[in-house]
Design a protein around this ligand. Structure first.
Ligand code: FE2
Ligand code: FE2
Length: 557
């Protein structure tokens, strides 16, 4: 210990040291607290998915952080020529604009003057163009910038704008995507505007960069969602466009599915009173509805759109017509020949009546085949016998006798109901399996993970007679059952199919009723569909007035 230091000096030095240590501790703790806050804000910002709330949160947190009375958030326009007002907040003036409070209609701040020069006179524009933070203690004495607008606003509101902190917000690519402007930092008593300190400037710059990242993440996610959404719709539309027989099927099945699902969420009584789809589940079902027939992309059109029994790429009834014409021509030649040769071969004469009778019979046979080819009704055993009898007739081609109708044509003309052979029906039914196969190979995010299951089960029946898996009862999800009913009802009522008119409401509901009785469709969904008049809401939008007939409920259940 030095001799010239008095005891009291040590006390003072100790005191001084203690003060220094405690100030350093206070300062460090304060810094740590600020950093902790900054981290919390970062977490909160990155968790917010609602863009309006996110924008508000950025201004709210930045203001709280700097104790600022006001704050404005500008976002760079798409063409990078202007700053659009997104959020305006001011506590003293009780102002909350933009975000969840609705769009701000103020004109954007232009980054370029009318003569094309850069607009450095506006402080926000300057920050956006230069990328530099501006910290002003009193805007009324800042000569570098034009604050006429601010003064005008102040004179209208009685406010006094003073300190201002303007910070650029940069994304991960270092592009400026917005400007954060804070106004009038408050002293600790809250009554007086003070300048923004260098520390608060630095911390707010950190906050702004976190906010910029959260904003770009948000918009990247939105962009991807939009891309995905339009991709899904494009695929569904392409499937519908592929065939004139499907019209606007995809979009209408989505609408119907949503009507049913939203009604399930709405009802407070009955079977569905405790069932609620959250917004993610609704979205998952909506996407499944859009994609439910995606497997049809792999089904050849000539099978998908087979409108007559003999149709392949073209309708083979035309081949039959040619053969009948050849046959008729040969009969005629034969008749004329025999007539000419009558004197030599009297026994070979064919009477005119007989000839006419034969030609008439041939024409009737052809007309019969035309009718069978187009028929959607049940084909009887007698008719099939007649097809086979006609088929066995011979006609001459390339100098040899050929059967009039070959085995494959007989098989097609003998289809009992509709236009499809069993093999062709299998090919079409396979679209549901292909839907599942295609979709299950796509890396759907967690919130859409059930899309392949719902979409791939839209032709399953509760009875187990559906396809592709033959699932039964509870094995079929509620979502897939909704989709199944929507799919059938749309098909029954569609009025844009070239081969038939859409059923009326009462006819369509009656058929649905039968399908419920046969345990194909879900009875509770059907009850809701009828009781809550979902069919009518849909019909008003999609069906022609002539289809909207009176529905007598007792007749459809
Ligand atoms: Fe389907
Ligand atoms: Fe469908």
């Amino acid at each position: 210990m030095a001799d010239n230091v008095k005891f009291t000096d040590y006390d003072e030095i100790n005191c001084l040291l203690n003060d220094v240590v405690s100030s350093v501790r206070d300062f460090t703790e304060n810094q740590l607290e600020q950093i902790r806050r900054l981290t919390q804000i970062g977490v909160a910002l990155s968790a917010e998915r609602n863009i309006d709330r996110l924008l508000e949160l950025i201004v709210e947190e930045a203001r709280r952080f700097t104790n600022a009375d006001g704050g404005t958030l500008y976002i760079m326009s798409g063409d990078e020529k202007a700053l659009q007002f997104e959020i305006v907040q001011n506590d003293s003036l009780n102002v909350r604009m933009g975000g969840t409070a609705g769009e701000i209609t103020w004109p954007p701040v232009q980054l370029y003057n009318e003569d094309g020069t850069l607009n450095y006179s506006n402080v926000s524009s300057y920050t956006a163009l230069s990328g530099k933070t501006v910290n002003i203690s009193d805007v009324y004495h800042a000569e570098k910038f034009n604050f006429e607008g601010t003064r005008k606003y102040d004179s209208e509101t009685g406010y006094r704008s003073r300190s201002m902190l303007v910070i650029p917000m940069r994304n991960h690519e270092n592009d400026i995507i917005g400007i954060l402007q804070l106004l009038n930092a408050q002293d600790s008593s809250g009554g007086k505007a003070i300048p923004f300190s260098v520390e608060s400037q630095e911390l707010t710059e950190s906050l702004a960069s976190q906010a910029a990242i959260a904003l770009s993440n948000n918009s990247l996610i939105k962009d991807l969602e939009n891309l995905f959404e339009s991709f899904v719709k494009t695929i569904a539309t392409a499937i519908d466009e592929k065939s004139p027989y499907t019209g606007d099927h995809g979009r209408r099945v989505v609408d119907l599915t949503m009507l049913i699902a939203n009604k399930i969420n709405e009802v407070k009584n009955g079977h569905f009173k405790d069932i609620h789809f959250d917004k993610y589940e609704i979205n998952e079902l909506r996407i499944a509805a859009w994609l439910h027939d995606v497997g049809k992309v792999a089904i050849p059109e000539y099978v998908m759109d087979k409108s007559t029994k003999l149709k392949t790429v073209f309708d083979r009834i035309e081949l039959l017509r040619t053969r009948f014409e050849v046959l008729k021509r040969d009969m005629n030649i034969d008749y004329l020949k025999r007539k000419q040769d009558k004197s030599e071969f009297s026994d070979a004469e064919v009477s005119h009546e007989d000839y006419n009778h034969e030609v008439k019979k041939l024409e009737e046979d052809y007309e019969f085949l035309v009718a069978i080819n187009k028929s959607a009704d049940f084909i009887s055993d007698d008719n099939i016998k007649r097809v086979k009898a006609i088929a066995s007739r011979k006609w001459m081609m390339d100098g040899g006798w050929q059967v009039l109708i070959n085995d494959d044509e007989i098989q097609n003309l003998s289809i009992r109901r509709g236009t499809l052979t069993d093999e062709e029906r299998d090919i079409i039914n396979n679209h549901a399996a292909i839907t599942f196969k295609m979709l299950s190979q796509m890396p759907f995010p967690k919130k859409l993970k059930n899309v392949p299951i719902y979409a791939g089960s839209h032709h399953e029946c509760l009875s187990g007679e559906g396809y592709p898996q033959g699932l039964k009862g509870d094995e079929i999800s509620l979502q897939a059952r909704i989709l199944a009913l929507a799919d059938v009802f749309e098909a029954l009522t569609a009025r844009d199919r070239p081969y038939r008119k859409g059923n009326t409401l009462s006819q369509a509901l009656k058929i649905l009723g039968f399908m419920v009785k046969d345990n194909h469709l879900d009875a509770d969904i059907f009850d809701l569909f009828v009781k809550e008049k979902i069919y009518l809401n849909y019909a008003k939008k999609e069906l022609s007035p002539s289809q909207i007939d009176k529905v007598e409920l007792e007749k459809i259940k």
